[in-house]
Design a binder for this molecule. Structure first.
Ligand code: G3P
Ligand code: MG
Length: 245
């Protein structure tokens, strides 16, 4: 099984134009003609699924300290938009359930990256599985750098695909990919060559690349068999690549 996803996926939303991992960034992605976003999910201190990339709050909010030391009520009081621009003052850290509701209403899909960021990885896997179990209204592709999470999701969420995220492709990737029961390989595009793409897709493994902000590079990757590119700049990418397969 591999869910079909478009050529262009907006990384943390349209993160070049709006604060990453916010509802505003997801709406901007759609306004640029891109119907799939990637976002990062982790746990609050009271085990609620929230969207944020870093382990700590400083870079993208007006809070401080590790995310998983704060409960949801505290996280929801923080401003997650003003750091980016005054226009986005008042944006909140989204919950996963609010995000899925919004994406369903907008007719969008999501690559949900499961990122422990210091919280209990298995607990996070379980909470994500519980939240997406009955969501038939949003197309979801899971992914994680955490191999234990990837392996766990196949059992927890048999109806959802889970990609294995890597920065560099390990030498033994084929055996590990099978062991993890992964559904796709999500790779940092910088190291990829046409030969490597051919090797991977030749094994019928869907290949997704992050984070691609150069249209020429995106065109090359797609011509080498890459299924989708994850970009900060959907507005630029849609000028050269048809957004929907
Ligand atoms: O899922 C692709 C990409 O988001 C992985 O890296 O650090 O941006 O979450 P990062
Ligand atoms: Mg990510």
């Amino acid at each position: 099984m591999m869910i079909r996803i478009p050529h262009i996926v907006a990384h943390r939303g349209a993160s070049i134009e709006a604060p990453e991992n916010t509802i505003a960034a997801f709406r901007v992605a759609q306004a640029r003609g891109v119907n799939w976003i990637e976002c990062d999910v982790t746990l609050s201190a009271d085990d609620q699924c929230v969207l944020i990339h870093d382990d700590t709050l400083e870079r993208t909010t007006n809070g401080s300290g590790p995310i998983h030391h704060h409960d949801l009520a505290t996280l929801r009081q923080l401003d997650a938009g003003a750091w980016f621009s005054d226009i986005y003052k008042g944006e909140r850290i989204p919950t996963l359930s609010e995000t899925l509701d919004t994406l369903a209403a907008l007719g969008m899909g999501v690559n949900l990256e499961i990122k422990p960021s210091g919280c209990d990885a298995m607990k996070l896997a379980g909470e994500v599985a519980r939240e997406i179990a009955n969501r038939k209204d949003v197309p979801i592709l899971l992914s994680s750098f955490d191999r234990d999470i990837v392996a766990k999701m196949a059992g927890l969420c048999p109806d959802h695909d889970c990609g294995w995220l890597v920065e560099e492709i390990p030498g033994d990737w084929q055996a590990e990919y099978k062991r993890l029961k992964a559904s796709a390989l999500h790779v940092d595009h910088k190291q990829l060559t046409a030969e490597m793409c051919a090797e991977i897709t030749g094994e019928n493994v869907p290949l997704i690349c992050y984070t691609v902000n150069d249209p020429d590079r995106a065109r090359s990757l797609l011509s080498w068999g890459v299924s989708s590119i994850i970009t900060d700049n959907p507005a630029l990418m849609t000028t050269v690549i048809p957004p929907i397969k």
